[in-house]
Design a protein around this ligand. Structure first.
Ligand SMILES: Cc1cc2nc3c(=O)[nH]c(=O)nc-3n(C[C@H](O)[C@H](O)[C@H](O)COP(=O)(O)O)c2cc1C
Length: 341
């Protein structure tokens, strides 16, 4: 069984350890020095892989926009980590509010428009590849547009994209296939999926495991297992009362059905907690979000046996509050957050 500081090679992309910086919206942009210093600090602290937060696919389609991320990618690579960008799509298309099925003020997206969305992901992935990233991750979780297709709570379509579980899986598979065709074999494709919705009538874990299998069969490289339907949801961003490694059992149920690497996320905080997930074979990688905001040097301190020096996240969710208010994230444990330079 793997240990936290064992390297992992995924199709020739060498990760120096099993520690991933989970995608975390910062509200301070990406193409500036502040963002570069913020990420570099976490690379210096020792993470193996950075998944940059959900970024609207439309931004990546703007001429030259992705190329502006090159300095960031280079800064991450120069210090020994790998970089993946998370691709996000909301419920807006051409200025209109759309959803898999009609609800509130959203109209149902047409099949032709779904095709456009798929093409956008493929082009965005290629632009990320051209900017030097090691891969991209589909944000298929947390109740956003892509997840809305998978969940029976938000998808009541009667065409090939809705109905039974297999049909609700179609969009995710089309995304991965189209991106793979656009980027070729070498570039990493990750998919973040909410393994359960956490709402009665939502996705059962068995369907998620089948989905992960289907994605693997369509050339996905890594499945990143989160949970929950909404940004403020107790599963997507677990509260202080949640147990450590709170979604690891969901990751394990998915890992049992696939051979590609699996990421577990959700309140991973101690070395023992992280090692347990790996040693019990629940996942191949562990992602930390808030703990790496509080202390970017968590990996180094763990590796050097300086656990007592870690600045612990209290999971107070001040960062989440600031994010929702549209302000740059901040951390009550770490006044340097966002001021790294
Ligand atoms: C401020 C904030 C922003 C987040 N932004 C994203 C995001 O862009 N994409 C995503 O998939 N998850 C996002 N998440 C969820 C995290 O990636 C992670 O799954 C969650 O915080 C649980 O991990 P943790 O307990 O280690 O923080 C965000 C979480 C926080 C606290």
């Amino acid at each position: 069984m793997a240990h936290l500081f064992d390297p992992l090679s995924i199709k020739g992309v060498e990760l120096r350890n099993r520690i991933v910086f989970a995608p975390v919206v910062t509200n301070f942009g990406l193409r500036n020095n502040q963002a570069i210093q913020y990420f570099v600090e976490r690379v210096r602290g020792g993470v193996g892989l950075i998944i940059i937060h959900g970024t609207p696919v439309d931004l990546l389609l703007r001429a030259g926009w992705a190329q502006g991320l090159r300095p960031l990618v280079m800064a991450i690579h120069d210090r020994g980590a790998k970089a993946v960008l998370q691709l996000w799509h909301g419920n807006e298309l051409n200025g209109q509010a759309v959803a898999p099925s009609v609800r509130e003020s959203y109209r149902q997206i047409t099949r032709e428009e779904i095709r456009t969305v798929v093409e956008k992901f493929a082009t965005a992935a290629r632009h990320c590849q051209e900017a030097g990233f090691d891969g991209v991750e589909v944000h298929g979780a947390h109740g956003y547009f892509i997840h809305q297709f998978f969940s029976p709570l938000t998808n009541q379509r009667s065409d090939e994209y809705g109905g039974n579980a297999e049909k609700r899986m179609l969009l995710g598979m089309e995304l991965v296939v189209a991106m793979r065709e656009a980027v070729g074999e070498k570039f990493l494709l990750l998919y973040r999926h909410s393994a359960v919705d956490g709402i009665p009538g939502g996705t059962p874990i068995e369907e998620s495991a089948r989905f992960a299998q289907a994605l693997e069969n369509h050339w996905l490289d890594v499945i990143d297992v989160s949970a929950g339907m909404g940004r403020t949801d107790e599963l997507s961003i677990p509260p202080a009362s949640a147990p450590e490694g709170t979604h690891a059992e969901l990751a394990a149920k998915i890992k049992a059905k696939v051979t590609i690497p699996v990421i577990a996320v959700g309140k991973v905080q101690t070395r023992a907690g992280a090692e347990k997930i790996l040693q019990e074979g629940q996942a191949d990688l562990v992602a930390l979000g808030r703990q790496l905001l509080a202390d970017p040097y968590w990996p180094e301190k763990m590796q050097e046996g300086r656990e007592d020096e870690v600045v612990s996240c209290t999971y107070c969710n001040f960062c989440t509050q600031e994010m929702h208010a549209g302000r740059p994230i901040a951390c009550l444990q770490n006044p340097n957050l966002g001021q790294e330079k």
